[in-house]
Design a protein around this ligand. Sequence first.
Ligand SMILES: Nc1ncnc2c1ncn2[C@@H]1O[C@H](COP(=O)(O)OP(=O)(O)O)[C@@H](O)[C@H]1O
Ligand SMILES: [Mg+2]
Length: 352
Amino acid sequence: MKRLPRIRRGTTLTSPVSGRRYVVEDLLAEGGFGTAYVARRGRRRVCLKLTADSLSWHREAYMAELLHGHPRVIQIHEAFPIYRGHRMLYAIAMELAYGAVADVVDGNPWREHRVVAQVRGLLTAIDHLHASGALHRDITPFNVYVVDDDLLKLGDFGIARHGPKKGVPADAFNPWFVDDDLFEGSRSRWTITDDLWQVGQLAAVLLTGDIRPIHTREVRDLPCSDGLKLAIRRAIGEPAQRYPDAKSLAVGLRGTRLQFGRLRSLEARTISFTGPLGISRAEATRLARRAGARVIDSPSGALDALVVGDASPGWIAGTSGGVKILQVLALRERGYPITIITARHFLRLIGL
Ligand SMILES: Nc1ncnc2c1ncn2[C@@H]1O[C@H](COP(=O)(O)OP(=O)(O)O)[C@@H](O)[C@H]1O
Ligand SMILES: [Mg+2]
């Protein structure tokens, strides 16, 4: 799209809709979308976005209406067309943010409690959007804004779309901030869990101060509790095992704590191991069998118990341990009564 002519500092733009006058101050950003300025309306400073693309302007104004008044969405004050330099321009006056996450957090990571509180707040807006039947598709560090120091708010609904529950065609996204399947085209629909994948990545960005998305195997190195790692690991992991909706991700972010149970005996029980047990796997398997148990490698609905070895910091969301725990948590969510037991309890059951 052709570049818009720059608007000089001090220029007054008047909304033909409301009659409000906006005095243009600094240029904020210039790009494919058009230009964004800081503008003054009376004593209030706002962000004034100008575009020549009436379609994206309509979409943004419509989505803003849908989410009007939500405390975690950048508020749109008004949308109006103006005639300037022999062409139509479309303006949106909105709440001015301190900056995008990408600008504010880059090299300046947040502490865990702040990340959890703010991302959970943001999820209330995403939940509201999903409940109204739309998907955002662009929840990147460039489109989530920081307002008043540390309040996260959702913005830029430029490619948001309404669609059925099973998702919309993944025909528009930021290729840099999606999972490999969507990027490579082996999955072709964008669903709620893809929005939530982006939220999981956003949490990692806030924790590390590095705006690049991470791989699941890097979750173990995040500077946070195992509980939060587990939640992020699930949000950005295998699509079938991800959080189904924004509310359950919000609950997960509060920290997934493993609830350990007990077994009377191993007789006729199907079990599986994960994490360091204190004895070798071969020995553990041999002794478990002697106690009447069946040992399987990968968790399935047939599983009665998962034996979880000592959780030294950081292994829980690792390449092997984390995956089995996540699989078991997913199976339990589907109603399979699988007990998670500690390695110590297991050792007692086999008489050690
Ligand atoms: N409300 C706002 N407050 C502060 N800066 C903003 C605001 N809205 C947009 N910007 C700036 O303008 C840029 C582009 O805006 P955005 O709506 O994300 O358009 P797009 O991503 O489609 O180019 C942002 O990256 C940001 O720098
Ligand atoms: Mg943007």
